[in-house]
Design a binder for this molecule. Structure first.
Ligand code: NAP
Length: 256
């Protein structure tokens, strides 16, 4: 039965794979048998991910990519395809945060957040769809990484929250428009996990109080995202399309 989660023979592309959730996702996909293209801007971080995957017996290929650039994306897909063949699984994970009150936000920072968290997923996914239309798209799975902040609200995180709400709706648009060609698009909405983005957030009085409000009384461990990722990436979820899977220890249940 666990075979339905296997990804042997498939090629996955994970953005932001040099750190945090993306590094973990890349390892999980490789362990499940996929050849994994790992993409981000910092080559030294990608080299770490590549070593972790190859040391565990997996296959990884690092490509330099700024997800905000359409031409960069096209070049990255060319490199990925020439190394591992057509991409079957795309994890749009690269993301950018930032905490500032709305009136103080700089326009450039707003644009960087939306370009990284929303536009990039559209650019990458449409590049994949255009390429797949020249071949067989029946097994493509797109997994977008949203956040519980797509629904919940936190002071000073306006543009991030808005961008994550946008990626949820973009996921649904992908599901609607591409479902008839067998492409599936779903999202994972993580609660809080330790990464570069959240570094320093949890070991403060405010951070500890926040963890007390999570029903399970702790932040998540990266391995607790493995099952949801494999579910959405694999044939275990062939009838899931446009779904948003929340992985937050019940954090969003705490509305009052
Ligand atoms: N950690 C959490 O608690 C949490 C909760 C909910 C959702 N998320 C989401 O999970 C995803 C991963 O975040 P994380 O927590 O793992 O944070 P992270 O460690 O900061 O990872 C973000 C990654 O995105 C990459 N990236 C940023 N801008 C990029 C660009 N223009 N082009 C290519 N890559 C870019 C970065 O690599 P380079 O700088 O090398 O390019 C970095 O490795 C994000 O979408 C985030 O919003 C995280």
């Amino acid at each position: 039965m666990t075979d339905i989660f296997r990804l042997d023979g498939k090629t996955a592309l994970v953005t932001g794979a040099g750190t945090g959730l993306g590094q973990h996702f890349a390892q999980v996909l490789a362990r499940a048998g996929a050849r994994v293209v790992i993409a981000a801007r910092r080559s030294e971080k990608l080299a770490e991910t590549e070593s972790l995957i190859t040391a565990a017996g997996g296959e990884a290929f690092a490509v330099s990519l700024d997800v905000r650039s359409a031409s960069n994306i096209s070049t990255a897909f060319d490199a990925a395809e020439s190394r591992f063949g057509a991409v079957d699984i795309l994890v749009n994970n690269a993301g950018l945060g930032g905490k500032t009150e709305l009136v103080d936000y700089q326009e450039a920072k707003w644009d960087a957040i939306f370009d990284t968290n929303v536009k990039a997923a559209w650019l990458l996914s449409t590049e994949l769809i255009r390429r797949s239309r020249q071949g067989d798209s029946s097994s493509i799975s797109i997994v977008n990484i949203a956040s519980i902040l797509a629904v919940g609200a936190k002071f000073g995180l306006g543009p991030y929250m808005a961008s994550k709400a946008a990626i949820v709706q973009l996921t649904r648009a992908m599901a609607l428009e591409w479902g008839d060609s067998g492409v599936r698009a779903n999202a994972i909405s993580p609660g809080y996990f330790l990464s570069e983005m959240t570094e320093g957030l949890f070991d403060t009085p405010e951070g500890r109080a926040m963890q007390e409000r999570i029903p399970v009384r702790r932040i998540g461990d990266l391995h607790e995202l493995s099952g949801p990722l494999l579910l959405l990436a694999s044939d275990a979820s062939t009838y899931m399309n446009g779904s948003v899977v929340t992985v937050d220890g019940g954090h969003l249940c705490r509305t009052l």
